[in-house]
Design a protein around this ligand. Structure first.
Ligand code: C2E
Ligand code: MG
Ligand code: MG
Ligand code: MG
Length: 280
């Protein structure tokens, strides 16, 4: 057992305790304070054009929680908790505002780079999402055309709700992507009814695409489908040059993954984007 001093006194942690065991005990209390204490941070993962010279064409914002005792906690560990507790509403709003502020700064630097933000299920279902996003766009003056919102297939399948919300969002001028495409239980009926601009093919299909003919067939079919519906196709989780070459042959538009870069802290992403702008 070891003790750590915190504002409220001491906390005890068992050395062998997994994060998930600690989670239930303390994370919820800490999560409530994290926003006001400025413990969240967005990392930015660059996205590159597959064809041609591999131009930097955008970024996905991914949240990180810098916990004062536990260090950096990945979203998979606290987003579900944030959803259960309703804390996702203010956290999600913080994410969108941050992204809009970055869009303004980048535009001022002459970078017209779009940024994607992930929406959670409860944010999407809240009934206030459109008003909140409209409010943030008004308040920041960010270019809605550079704001991309990622939802999952299951969110799109939430029939009545999704139809209205997506059309209203689209009217604001923001772009909408389907994240982790191909992994949800969904019919594809929504694809031509909803204003969807991009499909992000889940990384489970990209994994081994260069060795597994079935995955290549699936990715190729998704790309064909998406292109027929005027969508842009993004491959997620691209880790090797062989995958990039195959994605190029298949006709995927954009790639994102460790082969190019991990998600980067803001300063490192800006250094990279600055260099890309210079090289152009
Ligand atoms: P996602 O939106 O599908 O994001 C992609 C995840 O894959 C990220 O994990 C990213 O770091 C990881 N990744 C990117 N390239 C590679 C690769 O080449 N190989 C492998 N193995 N992984 C790669 P991360 O940052 O841990 O985020 C996990 C999930 O948490 C995200 O999946 C998204 O669903 C959720 N998330 C992240 N930020 C937010 C947020 O601000 N709000 C909400 N609601 N959810 C978020
Ligand atoms: Mg995403
Ligand atoms: Mg994804
Ligand atoms: Mg995911």
């Amino acid at each position: 057992l070891f003790a750590k001093k915190t504002r409220g006194g001491y906390r005890f942690f068992e050395k062998t305790m997994s994060l998930s065991a600690v989670e239930g005990v303390i994370l919820e209390t800490d999560l409530r304070k994290a926003l006001e204490q400025g413990e969240f941070e967005l990392h930015y993962q660059p996205q590159y054009e597959v064809r041609g010279a591999g131009k930097l064409v955008g970024a996905e914002a991914l949240i990180r929680w810098n916990h004062p005792q536990l260090g950096q906690i990945p979203p998979a560990k606290f987003i579900p908790l944030a959803e259960e507790t309703g804390l996702i509403e203010p956290i999600g709003e913080w994410v969108i505002r941050e992204v809009c502020l970055r869009l303004n700064e980048w535009k001022a630097k002459g970078w017209a780079l779009p940024i994607a933000a992930n929406l959670s299920v409860s944010q999407f279902r809240s009934g206030t999402l459109v008003d909140r996003i409209r409010g943030i766009l008004d308040e920041t003056g960010a270019d809605p055309g550079l704001l991309e919102l990622e939802i999952t297939e299951s969110m799109a399948m939430d029939a009545g709700q999704a139809y209205t919300v997506l059309h209203e969002l689209s009217r604001l001028g923001v772009q909408i992507s389907i994240d982790d495409f191909g992994t949800g239980y969904s019919s594809m009926a929504y694809l031509n009814k909803f204003p969807i601009h991009r499909l992000k093919i889940d990384r489970s299909f990209i994994d081994g695409i260069d060795r597994n003919g079935d995955n290549a067939a699936i990715v190729s079919a998704i790309a064909t489908l998406g292109h027929h519906l005027n969508m842009n196709i993004v491959a997620e989780g691209v880790e090797t040059r062989e995958q990039v070459e195959l994605l190029n042959r298949i006709g995927c538009d954009v790639a994102q993954g460790y082969y190019f870069s991990k998600p980067l802290p803001l300063d490192r992403f800006e250094a990279l984007a600055g260099k890309a702008a210079w090289d152009k």
